[in-house]
Write a protein that binds this ligand. Structure first.
Ligand code: ZN
Length: 413
């Protein structure tokens, strides 16, 4: 599948001049390609390939062409030949067509770099911006309104100046829909390649095979947000200072959202790569279990985003992702199924019926795993982690810090 993303661009004065200059030289090149074509004998018109081969000679003759990134120059030659073939098709359909016109500056507004000569730096812009480098011109700041998906390849980058004077950068993206991996056979799933996840209260996630992954530490960020919000409350509404401060608050909020999203991207990518099946609780139900105001809503929103990402990546990486009934995952014993009420502060699961003891969230994650198997029509797995995990030994659960996930983009396996 091919599609494109378009972004508002904010080049510095200096870079904008470079873009303008290149735009103009590309236009001259286009016109020269056209001139060369039209002045060739009727029975010996040059092909795109022929004209690409003439580029070095033209560069020697007119040094200005030498300023262009050579692959981008080839793309401009290709543009002429694409227009030519479109014109021909129209003619074949019986339309009355003229010939390709010389391009005036007002007609020629964009330049495309194909395959190479450009870079995207997603990190440098913080929050809502990113930077794109066009070879021989420089870095252009763009408003990075939607990130390029992990699985997409950027085939080309185009810069364009609209008639309004605004700059835009667009990426031609490609995803191999046809060769998306097939999901593993359901019958091949077992407890070694599948995982149940408890979206915990203390830890961000707890897996049925014994990993706890900490939630991001956002204390400093929230502290900063509170500070900026306090400042905002002291400004006069509608004043310049108020507006400035309002933007500061918005920036901090955006920063937090970005950080969370980035973290969730890493976690979900790891999960779908590591396992053939991932089971999570259905949040619509879980959300109602312990309703406690704003904090709870915030966490629910974060989880919903987490699950959305997980489901989306399931298709990209060939992994089964299923949401299971959340009710009772904490109360129910993962070994015998007997329900025991647990107040929220009780961190251990200790079953009065069968004596199974483990961490509260581990028990819940194992229940999620079992429910996932049953959803897929597989019944209880023979070798549930209940039997393989030394029941009382919660110390063996491996704890992974958020900073580890951030730095390595993965969890230890
Ligand atoms: Zn039990």
């Amino acid at each position: 599948m091919e599609y494109s993303h378009r972004y508002h661009a904010y080049p510095t004065q200096e870079v904008a001049e470079g873009l303008e200059h290149h735009l103009d030289v590309h236009r001259q090149l286009y016109n020269h390609v056209r001139w060369d074509y039209q002045n060739s004998p009727e029975d010996d018109k040059p092909s795109e390939y022929d004209q690409n081969n003439k580029l070095p000679e033209w560069k020697r003759k007119w040094s200005v062409f030498g300023e262009l990134y050579s692959k981008a120059a080839q793309t401009t030659v290709a543009r002429f030949h694409r227009n030519l073939s479109n014109l021909r098709k129209k003619k074949e359909k019986g339309y009355k067509v003229g010939c390709l016109k010389r391009q005036a500056p007002s007609d020629y507004r964009s330049v495309t770099y194909n395959q190479s000569g450009f870079d995207l730096d997603e990190k440098r812009g913080h929050d809502k911006y990113a930077y794109v480098r066009f070879s021989k011109i420089g870095w252009v700041k763009i408003r990075y309104s939607r990130p390029v998906p992990d699985h997409a390849t950027i085939k080309e980058a185009t810069f364009k100046k609209e008639t309004t004077g605004e700059w835009f950068v667009s990426f031609g993206l490609e995803t191999g829909d046809a060769d998306l991996p097939e999901k593993p056979d359901v019958d091949s799933l077992d407890t070694s390649n599948s995982v149940g996840i408890d979206l915990g209260i203390q830890n961000y996630i707890h897996t049925s095979d014994g990993k706890t992954v900490d939630w991001l530490d956002l204390e400093d960020d929230y502290e900063r947000l509170r500070r900026e919000q306090r400042k905002l409350s002291r400004k006069v509404k509608g004043s310049n200072n108020y507006e400035k401060q309002r933007q500061k608050v918005a920036t901090v909020k955006r920063h937090i959202r970005r950080k969370v999203l980035d973290y969730q991207h890493k976690l979900t990518t790891w999960l779908v790569k590591e396992y053939d099946a991932v089971f999570v609780e259905d949040l619509d139900v879980a959300g109602m279990l312990q309703g406690d105001g704003n904090a709870r809503n915030k966490q629910d929103a974060a989880w919903r985003q987490f699950i959305t990402l997980l489901e989306y990546k399931a298709d990209l990486y060939g992994c089964h992702v299923k949401q299971v009934e959340a009710r009772g995952t904490t109360k129910e014993c993962a070994r015998c199924g007997v329900e025991t009420a647990k107040p929220i502060w009780v961190r251990e699961h200790s079953c009065p019926a069968c004596g199974f003891e483990t961490d509260r969230d581990a028990n819940a994650a194992m229940n999620v795993l079992q429910r996932g198997f049953s959803e897929l029509g597989l019944g209880w797995p023979e070798d549930t982690p209940v039997e393989t995990v030394t029941a009382t030994d919660t110390a063996q659960f491996e704890s992974v810090s958020a900073s580890h996930v951030i730095e390595t983009g993965s969890l230890p396996s």
